[in-house]
Each structure stands twice: as structure tokens, then as C-alpha cells.
Design a protein around this ligand. Structure first.
Ligand code: ADP
Length: 173
């Protein structure tokens, strides 16, 4: 007998800097989209992290990368993620866990978020083994050194990333 899955009526937010979005992020977003009715990929301004890409560029790349996921929308936000999630009517934040190194920081953040907004849950999905080593910063480093990143990022990221690195190296010279 089919059991109605009530979680499919719920909205969840996948927050991050997405500087740029990687296949590791997309794997988490895709799996979250099977668990919730609607997913909002929330791209944080993250000015303190000095991102390589502007917020608008990060949102644009994420939009293109998530185009084939019908219940996923991409949005930019500033400020507290739990406030944003509440404004959007979300019940959960979905985060990816790669390694023990993610665990400590993510649990600290989840507890702080619960303190701020007790009704917003944090759900952790374990990274796919193919992407457990992958981070946005590693992708940028690899690309700057001429490494092959084709299987690590969606197609929408390749050209903007090479362009950005070209500009950055022209400015440095
Ligand atoms: P990063 O930690 O690479 O700077 P973000 O701030 O954009 O990336 O991270 C957003 C979320 O995506 C975090 O929950 C992070 O743990 C998760 N994430 C990042 N890279 C991966 C990956 N390769 N596999 C699974 N989850 C990931």
C-alpha cells in the first residue's frame, strides 16, 4: 500500500557559498529534491569569505546547473540562513557532510541555528564517495594550475571559471 510521504509537501533550503557550484553540491541538491517537495538552493553573499565570483554570477551558474531539477529553485540571500529559511516557509536546512573535518564545524553551526530557530531542522546527507574529496576551493586551485576539472563541476561553471582565472592572472601581472 502506498504511504503518503508528507515530507514531499515540505520546503528545504540547501545553503552555501557555491563559489562555484560543484558536482558534490549537485549530488546533495538532487538527493534533497527527492526527499522534499521543494528545494531552495540559497546562495549566501559570504562577503567575508571574499568569493571569486559575485553573488549574481554564483546564482546564475547554480541556476543553469539545476535546470533539469523541476522542484529546485536558486536564490541569493544575505544575513542569517535560518531567518531566510523561515521567510521562505522552509522546515529544514540540508547540508552535505564530506569528512570528519566538516563534522565539527557543521554540528556547531547546526546547534547555533537551532538556538536561533528551534523549528528549523538540519538534515545531513553523507557526500557521495566520488565527491567526498571535492570542494569549491580545491576546484579553483586545480583549475588555476591547469588541472582537469571537467568531471568535478557542471558544464555551466567551466567557461566562467576559466574566464575569471584569466582576469585574475592578468590583474596580478
Ligand atoms: P565549501 O564547503 O566547499 O566552501 P559551500 O559553503 O558552498 O562549500 O558548502 C555548501 C554545502 O555543501 C555545505 O553543507 C557543504 O558541506 C556541502 N558540500 C560542499 N562540497 C560538497 C561535496 N563535495 N559533497 C557533499 N557536500 C558538499
Amino acid at each position: 500500500m502506498a504511504v503518503p510521504n508528507e515530507s514531499l509537501e515540505h520546503i528545504a533550503v540547501c545553503p552555501g557559498a557555491f563559489d562555484p557550484i560543484t558536482e558534490g553540491h549537485i549530488d546533495i541538491i538532487r538527493r534533497a529534491s527527492e526527499m522534499f517537495g521543494r528545494i531552495i538552493v540559497a546562495v549566501a553573499e559570504s562577503a567575508d569569505k571574499k568569493p571569486l565570483f559575485s553573488l549574481a554570477e554564483r546564482v546564475q551558474m547554480a541556476k543553469e546547473a539545476c535546470r533539469d531539477l523541476p522542484n529546485v529553485k536558486v536564490d541569493g540571500f544575505q544575513g542569517l540562513v535560518v531567518e531566510y529559511a523561515q521567510q521562505q516557509g522552509a522546515i529544514a536546512l540540508v547540508k552535505g557532510l564530506r569528512a570528519v573535518s566538516d563534522f565539527e564545524r557543521e554540528v556547531q553551526m547546526a546547534l547555533m541555528n537551532r538556538h536561533q530557530a528551534p523549528h528549523i531542522h538540519t538534515v545531513f546527507l553523507v557526500a557521495h564517495s566520488d565527491y567526498a574529496f571535492l570542494s569549491s576551493s580545491l576546484v579553483k586551485e586545480l583549475a588555476a594550475l591547469g588541472g582537469d576539472i571537467k568531471e568535478l563541476v557542471p558544464a555551466a561553471v567551466l567557461e566562467p571559471l576559466y574566464e575569471k582565472l584569466k582576469d585574475a592572472s592578468a590583474q596580478a601581472n
